[in-house]
Write a protein that binds this ligand. Sequence first.
Ligand SMILES: *Cc1c(COP(=O)(O)O)cnc(C)c1O
Length: 366
Amino acid sequence: MHKRLYIPGPVDVRPDVLGKFATPMIGHRTKEASALQRRISDKLRILLETKNVILLSTSSGSGLMEGAVRSCTRRRAAVFSIGAFGDRWHKMAVSNGVPADRFDSPPGQATLPEQVEAALATGLYDVVCLTHNETMTGVTNPVEEIARVLRRYPEVVWCVDAVSSLGGVRIEVDRLGIDVCITSTQKCLGLPPGMSLCSVSEKAVRAAEQVPFRGLYFDFVELYKFVTEKDHQYPATPSLPHMFALDYQLDRILAEGPEARFDRHARMAGMVRDWARSRFALFSDPRYLSNTVTCIANTRNLSFPDLNRRMGEKGYALSNGYGVLKDRTFRIAHMADTLPDEVAAMLACLDGTLDEMATEDKEERA
Ligand SMILES: *Cc1c(COP(=O)(O)O)cnc(C)c1O
């Protein structure tokens, strides 16, 4: 039996979208391949509200995160971490020999604009890496306020990990001034894993040109050159099946309407939060709760593996806590093409399962 996925990626993919993976291959050096990449870019520019160039990468989002920090850091990167994915971005920099410092917030908290201001005021940094939506804690950073700080440092390249939010939450890339905005296909975009994409500003590419050793597969200058000078081509063979499906799925997303899609995510998040508050408690700071994934504090100290096993038998997969929060929390994702009615059915099933566990518990004690 297929379990409906309420984990923060991969997500369930609609059958018609999956079907596009069976499209017969075309040559990747053909005009059709160029036209396919151009169509995808045009649609993504609408979704991201940007005029910037779009880069596709046949890798998961981590590839572009590593490529961004390695390509764009001339002097030193400031990596702001509010959990596992920020920590990983810092590790990527360090393991590439890129000078970088990490600025942490406690789990469940956001990166504050004052932290960014204090770091940039030192004059040490020319790259800022920021997690838009931390999947470990279900926190969305206050990018509007952080953008105001970044505006005062025009030489700094701003890279944003929007892997678990782009497509489910509005991100106005150009108005905010984000230079590199990264996401993967298997989260809010509702596609299988294996491809990622980002918008990249001219400023980011000019910065990268000054960096002598950028690697090759994830070199932003090389990728940018192929897209802009060689008519939307790629240095290596891209995952054409992902591109066929992405082209089609973006039509679906734009037909739903970005605003309607973001509203739907907000509605689903509200339902899961209300449920979590009634049965448990929310783990994270209520001012920064994510609209794509909710992190629930396991206040009843119940066995999550047991709960998830029972839910699995009823056709649902939830997510355990991540990293240091493994035993203290569990997570429910509400992203991509999931509908509010489906979330309601899943929550009703959770209620039934919790009641069943409570009854068995009582019987055992009696
Ligand atoms: C999933 C995730 C990543 C990693 O993306 P991959 O596509 O698995 O490489 C990075 N950042 C965040 C916030 C994520 O949720």
